[in-house]
Design a protein. Structure first.
Length: 192
């Protein structure tokens, strides 16, 4: 078995990723109130927050340091999705996580603020970050997971070329029980 490559900190994309309609940049301290307002909405809490108790502003604030620790450990990279015309305006988030340099693989996820949904923000963000993952990070597989009832998220994945690969039964603890997970995969050359 070859030795695993050493883990190094994940770089921030430089320059920031943008297609002119969305821009992905590092989170900043001053984003916390908007990040909290966005993520505490009903859909984010239903689909992206595994706990029963709603997220608190203190937890969102702590996420800033957690995100940086995980980036420095080479495990994940969490970016704010913002309005390119006003980069202080938060539209959502996109992240690479479970980054595995030994297997050249990563997972990818996103959420969008209720005030920014339904106009392609998630699809554009996913496309940008997936392209950067294949290019700058050189991963050979991206995985995306969602709950079976998260039809909007599945639609976003399919828009970008992700292939529905299967259903992981009783995959994780979620709220008061266990949840199945739909798994999608994307290989270089399949991104749309
Ligand atoms: C899923 C989510 C990120 C989509 O963000 P968005 O910016 O509105 O997504 P887009 O505009 O790029 O595309 C959404 C697609 O889903 C479709 N859609 C939206 N709600 C839907 C629903 N309830 N059922 C089926 N399709 C739906 C839209 O019509 C669109 O498809 P279309 O372009 O073919 O019309 C957003 O709803 C969200 O943040 N949800 C809560 C958190 C979450 O689920 N995150 C993902 C966890 S895996």
């Amino acid at each position: 078995m070859p030795d695993d490559p050493p883990r190094s900190a994940l770089p921030f994309p430089d320059p920031d990723l943008t297609d002119g309609t969305v821009l992905l940049r590092p989170w900043q301290e001053r984003d916390t109130p908007q990040r909290y307002a966005a993520f505490s909405d009903e859909l984010c809490q239903r689909f992206s927050w595994p706990h029963v108790e709603p997220i608190t502003e203190a937890q969102v604030h702590a996420a800033l340091a957690d995100n940086e620790r995980d980036r420095l450990a080479g495990a994940s990279l969490n970016l704010a999705v913002v309005d390119p015309a006003d980069p202080a305006r938060i539209w959502g988030a996109a992240s690479l996580y479970d980054v595995d340099p030994a297997q050249s693989r990563a997972s990818i996820g996103y959420w969008v603020a209720p005030w920014s949904r339904g106009r392609g923000v998630a699809t554009r963000s996913l496309r940008l970050l997936a392209g950067w993952g294949f290019g700058a990070l050189g991963v050979h597989r991206l995985e995306l997971t969602c709950g079976p009832d998260n039809l909007a998220s599945a639609r976003v994945a399919e828009h970008c070329g992700f292939v529905r690969e299967g259903l992981l039964r009783s995959h994780l603890r979620f709220k008061t029980g266990r949840r199945d997970t739909v798994v999608f995969g994307l290989l270089p050359g399949e991104l749309r």
